[in-house]
Design a binder for this molecule. Sequence first.
Ligand code: ZN
Length: 499
Amino acid sequence: MSRTYETFVERLHELADLSHAQGLMSWDQETYMPPRGAAMRARAMGTLAGLYHERLIAPELVSLVADLKNAELTGDAAVNVREIDRQQSRSLKLPKELVVELSQTESLGHEAWIEARKKSDFALFQPWLEKIVALKKEVAERVGYEGAMYNALLDEYEPYARAEEIAPVFAQLKEQLVPLVEQITATGQYPVRGVLDQEYPIEQQELLGQQVLADMGFDMEAGRLDLAVHPFCAGTSRDDVRLTTRYSADWLPGSLFGTIHEAGHGLYEQGLPADAIGTPAGESISLGIHESQSRLWENMVGRSKAFWTHYLPKLRALFPQQLSAVDLDAFYAAVNQVEPSLIRVEADEVTYNLHILLRFELECDLIEGRVAVAELPAAWNERMEQYLGIRPPNDALGVLQDTHWSCGLLGYFPTYTLGNLYAAQFFHQAHQDLPDLEAQIAQGELRPLKTWLNEKIHARGSRATASELVEEVTGAKLSADYFISYLWEKFGSLYGLSR
Ligand code: ZN
């Protein structure tokens, strides 16, 4: 290996070490930091973020990248140069004043959003969102884009994805989802969810979560599970992955499915390639692929009949009073109830993506100037009615419900639906490669699936882009067909519907 590349890798390791410190500090902030620690923590994290930025665009690293771009690189070397070049050129194109103005606007905008949501008054947030959208458009203009301006924003979360490619896939999904939701709603079947919102003592919920984590193969020697108000998965490297969850004593699904979801993210992190640790090749490729791992485990495994064939008896042993009279069919129906609802984070598998498609369409419209910020609440409510047949009674339950836009996260929402689509496509392939998969899950043997995901997806790090990875693993381009078939198979039989 050339001396130039060795020096380049040394610099990458230093960048990774700075990220390591940032990761640990932000995990601590969400879990154990006492309230008064906030001010100094914000300062320390700001300093680290500044150091990272300085290091990333340091003249030495810029010229190393320039030299290496001219060399004939292959394998991880090519991936590392490609990724650092992408991050570096993005950073170099953004003047410091713009970065500072955006960050200040986002933090003030977020405060305004909290107040606006509390009072359900969009007008309080409107001027801030207008400013955020204007600044984001300036960012897009400066970093540059091909095709839609939205691509410049999307690239931050789903590198190399393009609105022109995902919009038709999403449109196909919507075309299928809207009538499916209508048909399910028309059955008037609402399984009794009372079984889920009884008293479930937290100590037993913890035992259950630990059991499932162990069965999934999450390595507690390279990870932890702690409590957080808003659960997430973070960490410092593949060898130190921090999961969080929260328990509610009167609502079983919250912690159970939340823990499985975060563990899906955690398995991806723990499965990243050891031989590329500390460099971009050893990192996850995109938020969409990350979310595919959590959704596959949470929904396709965790809400499956096979899974509950094994776990319901265990659950009954932990909660005999609550569940002795509940059979498998009733429990399975309860954890898969479909009902159009106003709040995205509480939505079921069938309606969830319609919440995302609405946001994606509105984001594109905002960025391309087809909808003005002032028109958002009305546009939101209209689409809710069209897609889900319900209309928010106020803005707190409508356009103001998510924190994302107030934090400047435009281009982020589509990664949730991409995650669901990737998950269904991967899970379909897993069934082809592992013919006994259903039987294994029904016996609580989750390791074969974990190993398959490790080999096919996790160990690839960012050596393939998200769309390359999907094609490499499944032999087909991203398509909504797999997810739609999955929904029909599962919910068609639950609701007695045929296609
Ligand atoms: Zn997630």
